[in-house]
Design a protein around this ligand. Sequence first.
Ligand code: ZN
Length: 390
Amino acid sequence: MRKGLTRLAASAMSVCLLASAAPAAIFAQALAYPGDAAMKSEGCQYTPARGGSRPWVSISWDKVNQKIWMVDKSTKIRVIKGDWTSYRGMPGTEYARPSSDKTPLNQQPNWDKNAEMMHNVEKVYSFYKNTLGHSNFNFAGGSDQNIYVYSFPNPGDARAHVIDDIGSQQPNKLNWLAFGDAGTYTYSMGSDLGAVGHEFTHLVSYQKLGWLPGMNTETDALMEAYSDILGELCETNPDWKVAGDAFKGNTATNKQYSYRDLANPGATNDPLHGYSPNYDNYYSFKYNKAWLENNHPYTVAPCYSGCTVVGHAAYLMYNSGIPKNDLAKIWYNSMNCYTVSDTKNATFSDCRKAVVQAAKYYYGTWTQEARNKVQKIENAFNEVCIYNWN
Ligand SMILES: [Zn+2]
């Protein structure tokens, strides 16, 4: 994905420097995208939201206009303009409608924010492809094989979309990723690799299992759990705090803020205490759904509380010594191991069966060592009170 960066480093860097020094009026000029055929893969540096050394991102160099566009030809990831309209899609679910303009961004004043977002999507894509062996990245399932990414002015928000550019829901089309800009409390959400991994996993779980918001409460929670878990496992060193790097109030050694703390579900300071560490706790919570929805903000909806039960089980597996990439493969492969007739009605118990089956396939069952590892996975589910129910 990043071939040729060294060779192109000098020219790319000079383009970056020119861009940051150019007057704003230059960027206001409309520039026609000359089409993918005129694009040449390039690398360019950016400054991350939290500072540090300047990494390289794969983008494209337009040979016609001598401009950089935020397209990665090899992965078909395109960062597009961030126009948006908030509207209600499925019952109870608010979506941000993306811009109808799918033209990729050219290099412009928000270069750093967009480049970091693009880079994180590339990293997650690469993790899915190279570590997990995912092969079908045509999430829309049709001729439009692109993955569209944009930022929108809603700090602390991140979404995967199942809608098209005129706002209607498109079955089998989930290829939009949106990340909120920086705000008072958070950096831009696209700067958090775990948050990007969370949203990207929604594309995968929809492709493999048909999971979208608005299923039964427990399946909604499972959908969020897979996104939280695989989002964490995209990180080099998972901290098990969902979007922990997005919060400005956190330090490297004290990440007190996160959307969900999978290691310690009741411990996060944001948005509220009260996430469920085990299924018994969640079960009573779930049946107070109406009360919850009337008395708590969206972020404490049962799916986000319930997902911490499953997410905590994954943390316990990690903590018991199952290596990070083993865990990622087992959870990813488990999406192929559901035996329930309708995956949109899958329960936590179905999840346990699928994950344990995936672990048996992954490790085999011939040696004591393999059986011990599978047992660790079963033990983690036991600890959060998710058992083999029918
Ligand atoms: Zn989600």
